[in-house]
Design a protein around this ligand. Structure first.
Ligand SMILES: Cc1cc2nc3c(=O)[nH]c(=O)nc-3n(C[C@H](O)[C@H](O)[C@H](O)COP(=O)(O)OP(=O)(O)OC[C@H]3O[C@@H](n4cnc5c(N)ncnc54)[C@H](O)[C@@H]3O)c2cc1C
Length: 350
């Protein structure tokens, strides 16, 4: 039997699992995706790549600042020298300004997660469907994308999926009412990300690398290829507003949604944005916590050791995911053997 199963190989899950592994526990991480990183997401497409989740890492607190320092020293993260434009409700594009320092990986945001995953036992393509306490241990059941049934048993479980997905996993287990009420109170905003590559020459490109938009259906546009100096064609990422994403969340025709987003970008920013050489779209059902928990984790020992964690435990996104992952490891350690290595330098293993 495994000591601890961590569900979710996003930044919170990887952080938590590394802490527990360093403390000597046998830890297995399960994730439904084909790769690690969760919303630290990079898609390989048309001989290039694009970050369709996390835009960039910024120093939001001491943990993200340390992460930036350590990964910059290893040349995995680089400063993204970007100019930011703001498009107001009057349709006027403000003069560009230098952005707050933000850092990206030329290999894509998922490379950051791969670095955090080194040394961990991670089972991918493992969609957890239920965790149920049975004769003193957690039974975790799930399936692969092709429908193959899976099962593992563990003494303790840390769930680091977005809170609504944690609720679905825990639905078959009776848990304390206050635990379930706290989980239920957490809400997320959705978002659509469209990645698009263009034939245009550098001469046509805007003077900004990112543009924030205060009205309509688009929230943010980034020239993603400016993170990769060797990139051969300009690649943009367009992120919708939460309201637009909510309206089209259940559509089966995602290409039509992408075309709406591209048409709006063309109308607001440059006509040629409507006709990319290629495009792809990603639906983030749980993109940004809109009503966070405001405590580092949720935990119970009734019926068995269980902790829920993730960025939704705070209001600082990556900083909150790191903080929650570390706090979740401490909480599980308190519930189990109380080993002493926790609290050691989290970044020492990198
Ligand atoms: C479009 C977009 C742009 C963003 N930009 C920024 C930014 O610029 N700056 C910033 O600070 N933050 C940004 N964020 C937010 C940031 O990416 C998140 O705060 C952070 O990555 C959350 O990490 P996490 O580990 O808590 O959750 P996640 O990364 O969501 O990890 C959860 C993991 O659980 C897995 N999972 C879910 N259900 C199951 C299941 N049933 N079985 C197995 N595995 C499961 C998922 O596959 C996923 O890997 C952005 C997010 C999005 C979507």
């Amino acid at each position: 039997m495994i000591d601890i199963v961590v569900i979710g190989a996003g930044i919170a899950g990887l952080t938590c699992a590394q802490q527990l592994r360093q403390a000597g526990y046998q830890v297995v991480v399960l994730d439904k995706s084909r790769g690690v990183g969760g919303r630290f997401a990079t898609r390989r497409l048309y001989d290039t790549r694009a970050d369709h989740g996390l835009r960039a890492v910024t120093p939001q607190g001491s943990l993200s600042a340390q992460l930036i320092q350590v990964l910059s020293d290893r040349r995995l993260l680089q400063l993204w020298p970007r100019q930011v434009a703001f498009l107001g409700a009057d349709g006027v594009l403000s003069a560009t300004v230098a952005a707050e320092p933000s850092y990206t990986s030329p290999q894509g945001a998922s490379a950051i997660a791969k670095c955090l995953a080194v040394g961990l036992e991670i089972l991918l393509n493992w969609q957890v469907q239920a965790i149920v306490a049975d004769t003193g241990i957690w039974q975790i059941t799930g399936m692969t994308a092709s429908g193959k049934a899976l099962a593992v048993a563990a003494k303790a479980v840390v769930v680091t999926t977005p809170a609504p997905q944690a609720q679905a996993i825990l639905a078959k287990q009776t848990l304390p009412a206050e635990f379930l009420a706290a989980l239920d109170a957490v809400e997320f905003h959705p978002c659509f990300s469209v990645m698009a590559g263009y034939k245009v020459t550098a001469l046509n490109l805007p003077s900004w690398q990112t543009c924030e938009i205060s009205h309509g259906n688009l929230a943010w546009v980034g020239l993603d290829s400016s993170k990769r100096p060797q990139s051969e064609i300009p690649v943009f990422v367009f992120q919708s507003t939460a309201e637009f994403a909510q309206k089209h969340l259940e559509t089966s025709d995602l290409d039509a949604v992408a075309r709406m987003i591209l048409a709006e970008a063309a109308q607001l920013l440059a006509p040629w944005l409507a006709t990319p050489k290629w495009f792809e779209i990603h639906r983030w059902r749980y993109a940004f916590p809109s009503r966070p928990l405001n405590q580092d984790y949720l935990s119970t020992t009734d019926p068995l050791p269980l902790v829920c964690a993730g960025d939704w435990c705070g209001d600082r996104l990556v900083e909150s995911a790191l903080q929650s992952g570390i706090a979740a490891a401490e909480a599980i350690n308190r519930q189990l053997d109380k080993r002493s290595l926790l609290g050691a330098d989290f970044f020492a293993h990198l």
